[in-house]
Structure formats: structure tokens, C-alpha cells
Design a protein around this ligand. Structure first.
Ligand SMILES: Nc1ncnc2c1ncn2[C@@H]1O[C@H](COP(=O)(O)OP(=O)(O)OP(=O)(O)O)[C@@H](O)[C@H]1O
Length: 198
């Protein structure tokens, strides 16, 4: 699904990622770990195309369609959850209320709520962000600290969602310090001193 060859990244002359070689196959569920500041988010951003690597290259499998939650999700703050999902959905494909409702129900979010998203709690925003990353049937899903702000019930709901996505054959990469202990990962990759360890 995705292959990184000699990918490197510096920030202000400090090397963050050093010759990263990594292949992730279709349908794999991968966790990336590593200490604060080791470069996990940077790697996800490069894979998502949000950041340019300084060296190396990335090859994406045919039909690769990326969904991502990376850092703070941005929404149209004065609008509702439904408005936001509809807006994001329509950027790429035709909106499906039923699919969005299915994911909102799964996370106990009311899709028809009239409350503006700016009034949502951290956990509610996080759930909305996860929903937009999966609702268009994206097949490469990149999640950076997805359980941030989620309560125990929501974490269980998240575990179920990951299980469902895995069953559907989605490729999933999750960076997480914690909150994913119940997920059965195929691989755990550690970034250490700019390099990958498995
Ligand atoms: N835009 C930027 N400009 C300069 N330095 C940056 C930038 N983005 C990240 N960095 C630096 O790159 C390093 C890696 O950051 P990154 O966010 O990838 O780490 P992380 O592994 O995700 O950390 P955490 O576990 O704390 O989330 C850090 O030292 C950070 O300060």
C-alpha cells in the first residue's frame, strides 16, 4: 500500500528522520511508537503529503485514498457536525448521510445535533475527526494519537471501529503512546534516533 525509501527530514538543521525505509502492506494494522519528539507526527505528515521530505521517496499503491487525523482537527467552527461532515465529504465524493450516521452512532454522537462544533468537547471533536478520516471508505488511514480526549466507553468504541476497518481490509497506521492496548496490531514500529526499529 505504501513504501518509503530513504526518507529523511531535518528541521532547522536538526535531523529528525534519517533514511527511513518502510513498506506497509495492504490491510496491515501498524502502530508507531517512540519518545516525545522522535518524529512520529512528522512521518505521518510526510506520508499524508502534508509535509515534504528532504530526501528519499514514497510510493503509494494504486487507488490509495488517505484519511487522516493529525494534530488538532480543523472544522468550520460555527457550523454543526453534519454541516462539517457534509462539507468534507463533498470535497471528494458524494455525501452519504447513512454512512456518516452509522459512524456517529458508533461513537454516540448525534449527527442531527444543532450545536455548533465550536461548543464540542475535546473528545467529541476527536470523534468527529476520526469519523471524517474513515467515512469516505478511505483505504489508508493515518491516526495520530486518536484516543486523545476519549473516555473509556469511547476508547472501546474506537477499538471496535479499528476492528471493523481491519476486517474491511483497510491499511491503518496509528501513532499512540497509550489508549490502544486492546488493539491487536500486526506490527509495532519504533522510531529511535531518526531510524526505524521493529
Ligand atoms: N514545523 C516544525 N518546525 C520545526 N521543528 C519541528 C516542526 N515540526 C516538528 N518539529 C520538531 O521535530 C521533532 C519531531 O516532532 P514530532 O511532532 O514529529 O514528534 P512526535 O514523535 O510526534 O512527538 P510526540 O510524541 O510528542 O507527539 C520535534 O523535535 C519537533 O520540535
Amino acid at each position: 500500500m505504501i513504501s518509503l525509501k530513504n526518507v529523511s527530514k531535518d528541521f532547522n538543521n536538526t535531523n529528525i528522520l534519517n533514511d527511513i525505509n518502510l513498506t506497509i502492506n495492504e490491510g496491515e494494522l501498524v502502530r508507531i511508537v517512540g519518545s516525545n519528539g522522535c518524529g512520529k507526527t512528522t512521518l505521518l505528515k510526510i506520508i499524508a503529503g502534508l509535509l515534504k521530505a528532504d530526501g528519499g521517496n514514497i510510493t503509494y499503491g494504486e487507488g490509495c485514498n488517505i484519511g487522516a487525523v493529525i494534530e488538532n482537527p480543523s472544522f468550520i467552527e460555527n457550523e454543526t457536525l453534519l454541516y462539517n461532515l457534509k462539507f468534507l465529504y463533498n470535497l471528494k465524493s458524494k455525501f452519504s448521510y447513512d454512512i456518516c450516521k452509522k459512524y456517529c452512532d458508533l461513537f454516540s454522537l448525534n449527527i442531527d445535533s444543532k450545536i455548533a462544533i465550536k461548543k464540542y468537547s475535546l473528545g467529541m471533536r476527536q470523534k468527529a475527526a476520526i469519523i471524517q478520516a474513515v467515512m469516505e471508505n478511505q483505504n489508508l488511514i493515518l491516526l495520530d494519537e486518536p484516543t486523545r480526549g476519549l473516555d473509556i466507553d469511547s476508547m472501546n468504541q474506537f477499538d471496535n471501529l479499528v476492528k471493523e476497518l481491519k476486517k474491511e481490509g483497510k491499511t491503518i497506521i496509528i501513532c499512540a503512546h497509550d489508549g490502544v492496548e486492546n488493539i491487536n496490531f500486526d506490527r509495532i514500529i519504533e522510531i529511535k534516533k531518526g531510524r526505524i526499529e521493529e
